[in-house]
Design a binder for this molecule. Sequence first.
Ligand SMILES: NC(=O)c1ccc[n+]([C@@H]2O[C@H](COP(=O)([O-])OP(=O)(O)OC[C@H]3O[C@@H](n4cnc5c(N)ncnc54)[C@H](O)[C@@H]3O)[C@@H](O)[C@H]2O)c1
Ligand SMILES: [Zn+2]
Length: 669
Amino acid sequence: MNQAEAKVRIEELRGQLHTYNHNYYVLSQPSISDYDFDMLLNELIDLEKQFPEFNDQNSPTQRVGSDINLEFNQVEHKYPMLSLGNTYSEEEIRDFETRIKKLIDGDVEYVCEMKYDGTSISLTYEKGKLVQAVTRGDGVKGDDVTANVKTIRSVPLQLSGKGFPDEFEIRGEILMPFEVFNSLNEEREEIGEAAFANPRNAASGTLKMQNSSIVAKRKLDCYLYYLLGKEIPTRNHYSNLQSAKDWGFKVPSNTKLCKNIEEVIAFIKEWDEKRDDLPVPIDGIVIKVNSLDMQEELGFTAKSPRWAISYKYKAERVSTKLEKVTYQVGRTGSITPVANLEAVQLAGTTVKRASLHNADIIQNLDLHENDTVYVEKGGEIIPKIVGVELSERSAEAKRIEYIDNCPECNTALVRKEGEANHYCPNEMGCPPQIKGKIEHFISRRALDLDGLGEETIDLLFQKGLIKDVSGLFRLTKEDIVPLDRMGDKSAERILNSIENSKQVPYERVLYALGIRYVGATVAKKLAKAIPSIDKLATSTLEELIEVDEIGGKIAESIVEYFSNEYHQNLVAQLKEFGLQLEKKIVEDENSSNTLEGLSIVISGSFNKYSRDELKDLIELHGGKNVGSISKKTSFLLGGEKVGPSKLAKLEKLGLEMKSEDEFLKMIGL
Ligand SMILES: NC(=O)c1ccc[n+]([C@@H]2O[C@H](COP(=O)([O-])OP(=O)(O)OC[C@H]3O[C@@H](n4cnc5c(N)ncnc54)[C@H](O)[C@@H]3O)[C@@H](O)[C@H]2O)c1
Ligand SMILES: [Zn+2]
């Protein structure tokens, strides 16, 4: 490659890598695989080495990928937060040791740790209290996400034990355990939201949410792995970690102190076997020099410390043949493409199918008929296709074209702008949608009907006995008894439980309706804020957005649902059958109507009550808690660290802020 060609390629790579970084760190939506990203980055590193005349401080080789999000306040790091050098082989680990030995005399101890695959965080403690939590950001400054981090149970707000310095920082990784990830994605798919690609993206996406109470529900975890400060207990990384454990931090117990590089290599091998059993994702091992004095001597490059390196495990991957792509229709009409594969063994299970999620994924993979594909499986339930072996593609192979029509009812599919998934809009006539809605309606968290399973629903539907959920309430014993494997007893049980379902509280009925984006949690919020279906059906978009935790997307979906005549009819029928379509207000002795007519926004962190408790207090006294400041807001209930954008908006609208104490006085507490 000559100089001119190199210049073109370097610029091209830098541009691509910038975009990939943005998608990965800021949007939490990676657009290529990590492996392909690392290969492009390595190509750029090599070219910059060969052609140093094109060096640029802003090159992705010189800077950590930034996750800064301007919705948060940016805080400068006291000590920079850098990335880690990557290695993929034993040889590179030995090179790491050789580089160290050039600068350091004598024996070097190493600490081996899991390389947790989440998003990094720096926590500052003063006098034993958590005062700030900041993301890595661009390495120099990061986002202040203290309010969100405070919702993570494994992060101590107040330290225990003895001997912690007055002021110090501790760094670690925020993670989403596999179990939480799998059930979160199940729930998202159920209500028609796009699934997260992997636990890492789910963790980073969650940490950057504006609403801490949603963060709290996501059950993130936090493992700590580095202590910094002027007065930390010792000059050894390993023993500092042990102290941190005594103060109440979640410090992984599988961290190992190694006397030499042979022990390091043995540790790496040992964990290659055991890593599948961990509850959280890891993608390798981090090796750190134990002595802090040596760490200081070794120092940093622009992007990573010289005293640490990561060894990345190759994800377990196998190749197999793509047989065909089929398309599933969910109960909300959302289409999920599925790759049907020639059966292959992977991580102890037989894999025959892999989710392709949506049209973009198929396009990015540039999938062709009969392709040989690479499949990987982490702790996620569904294996994924990570690449295609181009050398095995025949010249005639046709590209996989996404379908234009519903595979079940042939209606033309639609895809809304900005959404990943295609939809079949034929809600009332598309069989899997109809059956899916009925199944959802009777599911455990909805009406919880006993004795009715998928197969019975299928039979009832095929025989034309039910066309939608209202049909359930018209069923008679004579309808059910003749069905396969049904008798008098089971028919009675079904009818009984249908009768009982008329007592199921409003919030669960609302969830049962299966309005897109209205999951169980949202339904609860809605029922609390707007306590009857008649009111909900006539609420405007603006009124809905005022409700805490209800964003534009959910509000739009609700308005759309009730503007449909078919749904209006359905709701009217359910009312006639006697279902609970209003919330029964529970009287409370301590309640009052002091705050009646007031819309109150809560922001910042508080001393006496948690945010959730304050919300309950507002409601208990007749007020309304709303999510964002508008003309209609009565006042802002502000704690410590109210965001500057909130304050500016408050001032612009000429609104008042009340402190926690002032608020409590208002309601006589
Ligand atoms: N697919 C994409 O589009 C895309 C885009 C950008 C980056 N990436 C991937 O991300 C990598 C770069 O990300 P990165 O800069 O965060 O580096 P990294 O993830 O390779 O390593 C650094 C990070 O490791 C984490 N870590 C986990 N356990 C640790 C421990 N015990 N001690 C210290 N740190 C620990 C820290 O958060 C630290 O910031 C790339 O190599 C690539 O694989 C992918
Ligand atoms: Zn259809």
